[in-house]
Design a protein around this ligand. Structure first.
Ligand code: 4AZ
Length: 546
């Protein structure tokens, strides 16, 4: 067992993304029911990216202030007649004060009114969908083949039905004497979290053959008919159990797609347990937290071709894009830098007594690339518990050299702060390194490293001493690769699908060294993202969700 407790950490820099897996169309129920208890929604930023007008605070997407939006972009007009600098600005205002919604891109014009209505249904909450676009005189119908739950949810929310749509299956019959031009209709494509159908992309289609028209039944308490096999959405809506984990946001708050062990209907399973539509794979935008939907995409489909992929020859006669795509910030992986420091004993008040060796390989024969840095400040976690080893983490701030703007360490290996506990999973392989003792207690002079696997369910080895949220076990089946006395505070580094490395763990404790059934226990750094952000400043360690 270990003696002195430890700590580590780094200062500079950025966080980010990772890894891959494919959907699992097996017969088994793909829903992870334990995860459902956490009530994840589209606002849970340990599972999904926030919208560009939101930032992630304590695991929840919260509204940004408009001035925090990037300034470059096209101006947009809102339903209150006000013009905003960009779409992000308008959405940020709307997020803070729901009411006025997006109307159109560009300036506000006098004629401009966007309107959605339902006709030929038996109640106000159902019918065939009619839309009047800002720059069109007449109302138009929407083509059935472009219409899915994604768009139906947006239409219902736009009409004031907060829980979105019940179904797109309703059959509605216009009076027979009414002449409807069914060879012309609007093709619409939404992302699913828009608050107005006006935010979606419309294309006009004219065809020779009869087009089915889009209809919807919006969700109300009267239309709801939950059964034993219903899936209970976080927003109170119930949907058929089979619709959970199919890549479609049937709930409207995405809660049916965030707790998945596999995905139905060929939808794509992100490592974080989220199902996304198959069209989101290789579309040039990172949708999985861990970026695996954009890995191995050479020669794959380009985003521009997507919306038209269902077009048939007949439909192609006339296609006119009526609403341009919004300039939503697209996310793509970036290189990040980071730095790890190893400390074995920490007394915050004695910061100036410490030096940090960087680039060191052999601790008795200093290599030329190694250097020593002064310490400015040491922050030990305020809830560090020396008997249970909970919150075994600390930060070391390095002293800036004169005229130095950024912290820069030569010969260092960059590693990022993981911002979500879902970035890596049991069985992922990671690297632990350090100068700790050998199994037989022999001293080590040259830095050693080894590959270990992340281990889930570690309470079976350390029953009431293991705290799932705060700790991470790692090792090998035979125990041969393990951290040992003196390794504490050292890094457990994992690499994602985009070759971005993360400090996933900090060597903390473990019974024995190198014995099977006694894996090494590491501090789960992702659990301390908010604590680290609080101390170093969010912008310093975040790339996304800020
Ligand atoms: C230590 O005392 C220590 N085998 C670190 C890890 C392990 C044991 C002891 C796990 O630094």
């Amino acid at each position: 067992m270990k003696l002195i407790h430890t700590v580590l950490l780094f200062l500079c820099f950025h966080l980010n993304l990772c890894v891959s897996s494919t959907s699992d169309p097996s017969q088994e129920d793909p829903v992870d029911s334990k995860c459902l208890l956490k009530k994840y929604t589209h606002l849970s930023c340990t599972k999904v990216f926030c919208q560009p007008w939101q930032k992630c605070i304590d695991g929840t997407c919260t509204c940004k202030l408009p001035y925090q939006c990037p300034k470059n972009g096209t101006s947009v007009c809102s339903t209150n007649g006000k013009s905003y600098l960009t779409y992000c600005h308008q959405k940020s205002f709307e997020c803070l004060r729901p009411g006025a919604k997006f109307l159109n891109q560009g300036t506000c014009t006098a004629e401009g009114k966007f309107n959605v209505s339902l006709s030929y249904g038996n109640t106000d909450s159902e019918g065939i969908v009619e839309v009047k676009l800002v720059d069109q005189k007449e109302k138009m119908f929407i083509c059935k083949r472009s219409w899915s739950m994604t768009e139906a949810n947006v239409a219902c929310v736009d009409l004031g039905f907060q829980q979105g749509a019940l179904s797109t299956q309703g059959r509605f019959y216009p009076p027979t004497d009414l002449h409807i031009n069914t060879t012309e209709c609007l093709h619409v494509q939404c992302r699913g979290l828009e608050t107005s159908l006006a935010e979606c992309t419309f294309t006009k289609k004219r065809t020779k053959i009869y087009q089915g028209l889009a209809g919807v039944v919006c969700y109300t308490q009267d239309t709801a008919s939950p059964t034993d096999r219903s899936f209970q959405c976080v927003n109170g809506k119930s949907i058929a159990w089979e619709k959970a984990c199919n890549g479609v946001n049937d709930c409207g708050d995405q809660s049916d797609e965030l707790c998945c062990k596999g995905c139905r209907d060929q939808s794509f399973l992100c490592k974080s347990g989220v199902c996304i539509p198959s069209q989101y794979k290789c579309n040039g935008e990172v949708d999985c937290l861990t970026g695996e939907d954009e890995v191995g995409c050479e020669g794959a489909r380009l985003p521009e071709t997507q919306g038209l992929s269902r077009s048939t020859q007949e439909e192609k006669e006339i296609e006119e894009l009526l609403t341009p795509d919004m300039d939503v910030v697209s996310i793509s992986p970036d290189p990040h830098r980071g730095l790890l420091l190893d400390l074995n004993f920490v007394r915050p008040s004695k910061a100036h007594h410490y030096g940090i060796w960087t680039g060191l390989v052999n601790r008795v024969k200093y290599n030329t690339a190694s250097a020593i840095e002064k310490v400015q400040k040491i922050i030990v976690h305020e809830n560090y518990n020396g008997s249970t080893y909970q919150n075994d983490i600390a930060l070391i701030e390095m002293k800036k050299k004169a005229n130095q703007k950024e912290c820069h360490i030569s010969n260092s290996i960059p590693a990022c702060v993981p911002w979500s506990p879902y970035l890596f999973q049991p069985n992922n392989r990671c690297i632990v390194s350090g100068w700790g003792r050998e199994k037989d207690n022999q001293k080590v002079f040259s830095l050693k490293w080894g590959e270990v696997k992340l281990i889930g369910n570690c309470s079976k080895f350390y029953s009431n001493r293991y705290y799932e949220e705060e700790m991470q076990c790692a090792g090998t089946e035979d125990g041969s690769i393990d951290a040992c006395k003196g390794d504490s505070g050292g890094p457990l580094v994992c690499m994602d699908a985009n070759n971005v490395t993360y400090v996933w763990g900090i060597v903390s404790w473990g019974e024995n060294c190198g014995k099977p059934e006694f894996p090494g226990v590491y501090t789960k750094v992702a659990n301390y993202f908010d604590w680290i952000s609080y101390h170093v400043g969010r912008s310093l360690i975040s790339q996304y969700n800020v």
